[in-house]
Design a protein around this ligand. Structure first.
Ligand code: BG6
Ligand code: MG
Length: 212
């Protein structure tokens, strides 16, 4: 595979907002008396906001909400989540990540973000990471969330490359499934490290430079 472009998932790969997601969902779950633990939060990795809420609601099947109520509660969760994001600064992205992205770009790779999050642009702005990437594909330009490959296919399109010329770096099983479905090279890091779907598994972000 001749890789010319690298597509990065954001949360759990470039930086970490999982705990903020957890705190915001936990607050809503408590309000609705739904059992929700940090272990449940793991199931939400890479999954869109509404699909995440459905997974949480499955912990209390007797609670029946209308679509309108679901939208209202998901918006409430997002508002709380964004108060946490507001506190993010460039210090929330490691030097290792910044140096590695810079080095990959110098080697001539096109770099893109492929994130399910509708807050990706805001997070990249807060952490001053926007300029490290040639394109951003996120929850705002897709209709189907991971494991569908749409977000990655769009990222490839945005940087002008065929999917087969792209690698996808993911910490979520759903993301690796999307990479495989999109005919891209699936590379795992963090929580997805031991996934059988991964063609390459990274111990550290800097290890990208051993492979690309
Ligand atoms: C992904 C996270 O990046 O974005 C998921 O891994 C999250 O946990 C999803 O649910 C959607 O995020 P947002 O910011 O659009 O609510
Ligand atoms: Mg992720």
């Amino acid at each position: 595979m001749n890789v010319k472009g690298i597509i990065f998932d954001l949360d759990g790969v470039v930086l970490s907002t999982d705990h903020f997601h957890y705190l915001a969902w936990k607050s809503l779950a408590d309000e609705l008396n739904i059992p929700f633990t940090e272990k449940d939060n793991e199931k939400l990795r890479g999954v869109s906001r509404m699909a995440s809420f459905e997974i949480i609601l499955a912990n209390k099947p007797e609670l029946k909400l209308t679509e309108e109520e679901k939208e209202k509660y998901a918006t409430q969760k997002n508002e709380l989540y964004r108060t946490y994001l507001q506190k993010m600064t460039p210090a929330d992205v490691s030097e290792e990540v910044r140096d590695t992205l810079k080095a990959l770009r110098e080697k001539g790779y096109k770099l893109a973000v492929g994130s399910s999050s509708k807050n990706a642009g805001f997070i990249l702005e807060r952490t001053e990471m926007t300029s490290y990437f040639d394109a951003i594909s996120d929850g705002n330009n897709i209709t189907k969330s991971k494991p569908d490959p749409e977000v990655f296919l769009k990222a490839a399109e945005f940087v002008g490359l065929a999917p087969e010329a792209c690698a996808v770096i993911e910490d979520a099983e759903a993301g690796l499934e999307g990479a495989v479905a999109g005919k891209m090279l699936p590379v795992a890091i963090g929580s997805a490290h031991s996934s059988p779907l991964a063609k390459i598994s990274l111990d550290t972000f800097g290890d990208l430079l051993k492979h690309f």
